[in-house]
Ligand binder design. Structure first.
Ligand code: AMP
Length: 204
């Protein structure tokens, strides 16, 4: 099974992808995570990537696909964070046949509040929210017990920039997919969002 999760930054794509990948035995492929891994390398290219990420802008389609191809299995995965442009959607269609395309729908006002409170485990990638999905111990990952981090691009200024990139570049992808798109109410609690998705793929 191949699933694409679309939605604005902070809509819960990463959280849902993690839960679904465990429940359904699918590989979770987050292009954002793959790009953040790239920034850890000490090369001129990795510095450039970090600059673009920190500004909340998009990385070129060519580079994102180069990294994607290195990490894409032949089947059984969830794509989180791609496609982000119509050209990426077309490139993906040329490569594979996706079974389910979900839009996790959330209004902008919700998102800013959500993202500034978001924390992430640097080891397993699990995502927390200091208000709505707190770790058991204040600052540590429930599973790995390592200190949670805040992503460099999870501040209000960059979030607004990322939201405007989403409206300009990614919303046209929703029209591109219109007949195949399954809308999910992303403002519901995490478990309910998961249930909505599972019911659509008949895995409840
Ligand atoms: P995310 O973790 O999905 O919020 O992505 C974080 C950042 O990585 C984005 O703000 C973009 O700068 C970059 N990024 C992730 N996926 C893509 C993509 N498919 N195309 C271009 N840039 C991307």
């Amino acid at each position: 099974m191949k699933i694409v999760l679309l939605g604005p930054p902070g809509s819960g794509k990463g959280t849902q992808a993690k839960i679904l990948s465990e429940k359904l035995g699918l590989k979770h492929i987050s292009t954002g995570d793959l790009l953040r891994e790239e920034t850890k390398k000490e090369t001129p290219l990795s510095k450039k990537i970090k600059e673009i990420l920190d500004e909340g802008k998009l990385i070129s389609d060519e580079f994102v696909f180069e990294i994607l191809k290195q990490n894409l299995p032949s089947d059984n995965y969830i794509l989180d964070g791609l496609p982000r442009t119509v050209s990426q959607a077309k490139m993906l269609d040329d490569m594979v046949k996706i079974d389910f395309i979900f839009l996790i729908d959330v209004e902008d006002e919700f998102i800013v509040e959500r993202i500034v409170n978001r924390r992430m485990c640097p080891k397993c990638g699990r995502i927390y929210n200091l208000k709505t999905n707190k770790p058991k111990n204040d600052t540590l990952c429930d599973v790995c017990s390592v200190p949670l981090i805040q992503r460099d691009d999870d501040n209000e200024e960059v979030v607004r920039k990322r939201l405007s990139e989403y409206h300009n570049q990614t919303e046209p992808v929703l029209d591109y997919y219109s007949s195949r798109l399954i809308r999910i109410d992303g403002e519901k609690p995490i478990e309910e969002v998961t249930q909505q998705i599972l019911s659509k793929i008949n895995r409840l």
